[in-house]
Design a protein around this ligand. Structure first.
Ligand code: GTP
Ligand code: NAG
Ligand code: NAG
Ligand code: NAG
Length: 425
């Protein structure tokens, strides 16, 4: 197999002829072993900078499903792809300073578990490989910037297709906030269809390294199908985050997997269909505020109404404890507590400094999500992607759907039932 190599060098150069074609590689050592023998191809991707953490998790799934399909291809050109995960930097909700954080996926997720579904690696691991081969810069061979077909929205006729077209926005020249990642070959790709349709492009473009920008333009193959749920199950959280949530449940909520029937097998591939989870003796609420409050004032209830809905549900469920996950400032949380019945106990996860330094806002939000996943009953915020991810987690744990697909209402007269995206076995 032969790929045009895209990597940059420092001192010596060497020229290798394979099948009569030139493969140029530049580096200090006197042989090009690693490059010649490597038949791996790398797929990089990134997302519109304004998207939040939980939408990004969904875009990961679309890319993982693509790479999973590539892996199973008999074509060697296609089955050698590894997905390189974009480090987490500058998320709008996380409050950031000038220098990018470059948080690797391993901080939040269990990479071994992800790998049981699709071949993936963190970008720092790729850097380590490059440095091992004495490269100082990553020049991605082809970058495709995805964009929507402008005429499709006008005509309203949506069909799966793609075409290299004029760029709708000026292309970026650096990637992932790194000065040493660039490309000399950037194209804009108008695209409509599922992520797996990108395979048509990878059949024509033999580059060893390919980057997909604005990957969220590519959609899911089948939303909620069995491959979808395999990809979703593989997205287990970092073991330490799971442990922190577990301890919180045990210490404050009298919730353990053996009492609550929420055991998961060590390997997600061994999970069996079930709807027998009971959950810990608490109600969990996800209360999305901040930009939601400003952006959807007619959907988000006021705090008094939230408190009334909580009290009513606790009585109905014969529970006394409520766990509250929220992005609201502490002042709003305190105000909410004032409206609650004093016989009810309210809980919130407050991280130690150590946990904050190790896992940042992203990890703390994940701990909140995990605790919500294990509750006897869950009520989320309508249309919040953060709540959707909790609902999926509860499907995986095997809760009866009626304990999961519930949202806080604007008020008694304005209450929409959320969509139910249940697991299919
Ligand atoms: N700790 C914590 N953080 C939260 C909570 N809800 C929202 N956040 C924060 O707000 C961010 C925004 O929510 P995301 O779900 O990631 O953003 P999104 O993908 O745009 O989804 P939406 O909720 O639909 O806006 C999260 O990444 C968290 O940092 C919560 O209950 N607890
Ligand atoms: C690119 O630069 C970053 C620091 O900005 C460094 O961590 C990384 O190792 C560099 N990559 C290579 C291949 O040298
Ligand atoms: C905790 O839960 C167990 C099992 O559900 C129950 O037997 C026990 O009484 C509970 N403890 C408290 C303090 O509520
Ligand atoms: C409600 O819970 C209490 C204590 O947990 C229990 O004694 C009582 O029987 C329960 N009532 C109902 C209606 O389940």
């Amino acid at each position: 197999m032969f790929y045009i190599d895209t990597l940059i060098f420092i001192f010596a150069t060497c020229l290798v002829l394979i099948n009569g074609q030139e493969d140029v590689c530049y580096k200090t050592s006197d042989n090009c072993q690693n490059i010649r023998e490597s038949t791996k191809r790398y797929l990089f991707y990134d997302i519109n900078p304004s998207e939040g953490f939980n939408l990004r998790r969904d875009v990961y799934m679309r890319m993982a499903i693509l790479v999973n399909k590539l892996k199973n291809s008999p074509n060697q050109m296609l089955n050698s792809f590894i997905l390189v995960l974009p480090p987490w930097s500058h998320l709008i909700h996380w409050g950031y300073s000038e220098s990018p954080e470059y948080i690797p996926w391993s901080t939040f997720f269990d990479i071994e578990s992800l790998r049981k579904f699709a071949p993936v690696m963190d970008l720092y691991e790729y850097f380590t490989e490059l440095k091992h081969n004495k490269y100082t810069k990553l020049l991605i061979h082809t970058v495709y910037i995805l964009q929507h077909f402008e005429d499709m929205f006008k005509s309203g006729r949506f069909e799966d297709k793609w075409n290299i077209e004029k760029c709708q926005r000026p292309p970026k020249l650096r990637f992932f906030h790194y000065a040493n990642i660039t490309s000399k070959n950037i194209q804009c790709l108008s695209f409509h269809g599922p992520s797996t349709k990108l395979i048509e492009i990878f059949k024509q473009d033999e580059s060893r390294t390919i980057m997909i920008e604005y990957a969220e333009v590519a959609l899911h193959d089948t939303f909620g199908g069995s491959v979808y749920w395999k990809a979703r199950r593989s997205m287990r959280f970092n073991v330490k985050l799971r442990q922190i949530a577990k301890e919180f449940r045990r210490e404050f909520l009298n919730s353990t997997d053996s009492n609550d029937n929420t055991h998961l097998p060590i390997d997600w591939r061994d999970e069996k269909p079930k709807r027998s989870a009971k959950g810990g003796p608490y109600l969990a609420i996800h209360l999305r505020r901040q930009d939601f409050l400003r952006g959807r004032p007619d959907q988000v209830p006021d705090l008094k109404s939230v408190a009334d809905q909580i009290s009513k549900k606790l009585v109905e469920l014969n529970l006394t404890k409520v766990f509250i996950a929220t992005d609201a400032p502490l002042s709003e949380y305190n105000e909410l507590q004032k409206f609650l019945n004093p016989n009810h106990e309210t809980f919130k996860y407050v991280p130690s400094i150590e946990v904050e330094n190790e896992f940042f806002s992203g990890g703390i939000a994940i701990i909140d999500q995990i605790i919500c996943s294990y509750a006897r009953y869950f009520m989320g915020t309508a249309e919040s992607t953060f709540s959707f991810r909790i609902q999926e987690e509860r499907e995986i744990l095997g809760f009866p759907t009626k304990t999961t697909f519930n949202v806080l209402c604007k008020d008694e007269n304005h209450c929409e039932k959320p969509s139910i995206w249940k697991i299919v076995y």
